[in-house]
Design a protein around this ligand. Structure first.
Ligand code: CP
Ligand code: NVA
Length: 317
């Protein structure tokens, strides 16, 4: 096990990523898990939000409670940070009270600043650049369908955004081929693509960029999309025009394998990046994905905040 303190991007988990997901899957299915395993007993986790959230907020609150801890949701308008106090001072102060902090912010540098001034683990709960908790739940969901992950071809259709960044890194870490079909000008950031390609060289899988969604979807086992306009980009009203031909609809998914899984981090803008016919189809696994946010985060919290308990639980099996 590493001595990792913070989780800002999914590749921070390094070689332990697969073990964390296997832990989450085992814990989710364990009929005895609620009796006496409370690794966050007496621990308090502060959850700061500068943007709205449904899944992240509820999954952290419920997940921390199930592990025996206390979650404090701290909304931007209710705390001093960013108004009369710096992020650095907030990190130092909260570290005196809390045992862990999750932070949903705008610029990625904000969560970097909080983590470098906090002595307790900081988990990125979505920044402009990364969404590691989402990627953990996503790969957990794919592993539930196919534990070995062999033969998976994950195809992203849409914007080169925060969710794609961690999805490609997560695929690379687990040796899963990943293709992203994005419009010209909306490619993922080079430093993330380079990181993913470096990891993929070691795990023996392919990371491929495309501008052609139809070609990309051929042979897909998973098709994944997200909103075309992310939180914080609402002013970019013309951006949507670049995504003609990138809607995940019945015609596009007919190129995938028959038993492909449709994924979306949610919230979905139905009729924009995905049609009702696809998201409501039998191939859709979006609600398993949403539920798995909680199980994956419970594994991550235990791993970061109580590593002895993380290992002890593994040794029971
Ligand atoms: N997928 C996700 O992070 O959802 P929320 O914005 O509702 O937390
Ligand atoms: N890319 C989206 C993901 C929302 C969960 C955003 O950042 O708004």
């Amino acid at each position: 096990m590493s001595d990792l303190q913070h989780l800002l991007a999914i590749d921070d988990l390094g070689d332990d990523f697969r073990a964390i997901l296997e832990w989450a899957i085992r814990f989710k299915q364990d009929p005895d898990r609620d009796y006496d395993f409370k690794p966050l007993d007496e621990l308090s986790i502060g959850c700061i939000y500068e943007k709205p959230s449904t899944r992240t907020r509820v999954s952290f609150e419920v997940g921390v409670h199930k592990l025996g801890g206390q979650a404090l949701t701290l909304l931007k308008g209710d705390i001093q940070m960013g108004k009369s106090e710096t992020i650095a001072d907030t990190g130092a102060v909260l570290s005196r009270f809390l045992d862990g902090i999750t932070y949903r912010c705008f610029g990625h540098e904000m969560v970097e600043e909080l983590s470098s001034n906090s002595s307790v683990p900081v988990i990125n709960a979505l920044s402009s650049k990364h969404h590691p908790c989402q990627a953990a739940a996503d790969l957990m969901t794919i592993m539930e369908r196919n534990p070995s992950l062999e033969g998976e071809r994950v195809v992203w259709v849409g914007d080169g955004n925060n969710v794609l960044h961690d999805l490609m890194l997560a695929c690379a870490m687990l040796g899963v081929d990943c293709v992203w079909a994005v419009p010209k000008g909306f490619e993922p950031e080079n430093d993330v693509v380079n990181r993913a390609k470096e990891i993929a060289k070691k795990t023996g899988c392919k990371m491929t960029q495309s501008h052609d969604p139809v070609k990309a979807c051929k042979g897909a086992t998973i098709i994944y999309t997200d909103v075309f306009i992310s939180m914080g980009e609402e002013h970019l009203t013309d951006k949507i025009n670049a995504f003609e031909g990138f809607q995940v609809n019945e015609e596009l998914v007919s190129n995938a394998n028959d038993d492909y899984g449709f994924m979306h981090c949610l919230p979905a803008h139905r009729g924009e990046e995905v049609t009702d016919g696809v998201i409501d189809s039998e191939n859709s696994i979006v609600f398993d994905q949403a539920e798995n946010r909680m199980w994956a985060q419970m594994a991550i919290l235990t791993y970061l905040c109580n590593q002895a308990a993380f290992q002890a639980y593994n040794e029971l099996y």
